[in-house]
Design a protein around this ligand. Sequence first.
Ligand SMILES: NC(=O)c1ccc[n+]([C@@H]2O[C@H](COP(=O)([O-])OP(=O)(O)OC[C@H]3O[C@@H](n4cnc5c(N)ncnc54)[C@H](O)[C@@H]3O)[C@@H](O)[C@H]2O)c1
Ligand SMILES: [Zn+2]
Length: 374
Amino acid sequence: MQTVTVALGERSYAMHIGQDVLDEVGTVLGQLSVTKKALVVTQPAIAAAYGERVLHSLRSEGFTAEAFEVLDAEDAKSLSWLERIYDRAVELRLDRRSPIIALGGGVVGDLAGFAAATFMRGVPFIQVPTTLLAQVDSSIGGKTAVNHRRGKNLIGAFYQPRVVLIDVDTLQTLSPRELRSGLAEVVKYGVIAKPDLFELLEANTTEGLLHDAALLTRVIRDCCQIKADVVAADEHETGIRAILTFGHTFGHAIEAAGGFSTYTHGEAVSIGMVWATDLSQRMGLCHPELLIRTKRLLESLGLPIALNGRIEGIRDAIFLDKKAVAGRLRFILVEDLGQVSIRDDAPSQLVDEIIEEGLSARSLSKEEVPIRAT
Ligand SMILES: NC(=O)c1ccc[n+]([C@@H]2O[C@H](COP(=O)([O-])OP(=O)(O)OC[C@H]3O[C@@H](n4cnc5c(N)ncnc54)[C@H](O)[C@@H]3O)[C@@H](O)[C@H]2O)c1
Ligand SMILES: [Zn+2]
């Protein structure tokens, strides 16, 4: 098992990453100052696959533990599902030190996290992420939220978990599409901070990675370490934390313009990273080879590198994005692997060009993909 620490003074916490971590939930919680009554927020399929193991682990450490299943969809991040969690917590007479445990992906984590942040003004929160996206991204850093009908994540709080427990074996049951979606974030970490992670992905197939628990643990640990360091430096995203949004200015707009159903978050971010690298290249910041290499890696992971059809509203969505400050768009631009900067001086004409070309783009043809020198 590998451990990464998120250094936030008194609120510091550990992330434990490895195999059979689900069986350690009770032991780890037993070492925290919590009362022995736990509520596990999860979803039906996750409960069926892993719920018993987590509940058994908790009960064998003397916890009274119960699973509460929420809707298996983004719509679970709503005030009505939040209220149902509060109702159950009240019925079970949870107290101010009773832990709420999120067992699931980012939806469960965001919802359960906000419930934990607000129930009795804050109860101990534990993340047990089971999607790759949640393991490398959403379970770290304390962003919790539910959606408002007018917008995603509009109601939320920064609330750090007490501990994050990552069992890499849970990824074996994840759908290939969800796995790929998480891999887009892994590529992102490679670009923004860790060239050797990027190279490791270039050198291994997804299948190979999935079937090598030690390698998978290392990859997830590396991502967690990067996010942990960035969060420790800038918890509330007033500065450097923005580098984690590489590919997301375009990505969020693609996701929103597609009505959040055409592309998964990771797929939209994949195209967004291609466009952000293209923008960097057109601004003369990086070598064109980096764009080719990035496209080749994303494509080899099964991620889209171009839109698969015309969708309207990308440009409007970009300017509506909450990250557009005073009409100026903020982009994370790349100079080389591991070297990015936060910029608000990208010429809007270039941004328009990239979107316009993207709308009529096609995937990189085989002839365009250069053979890599050995
Ligand atoms: N808080 C943050 O910092 C942050 C960061 C990024 C994304 N998010 C949020 O995360 C959410 C997306 O999270 P996600 O991509 O994990 O999706 P998700 O939580 O919807 O999970 C995807 C699907 O996989 C299923 N699933 C989860 N684990 C499984 C497993 N081990 N085996 C089989 N099926 C499994 C889920 O039931 C669901 O159907 C969005 O709401 C987004 O806003 C939050
Ligand atoms: Zn993301």
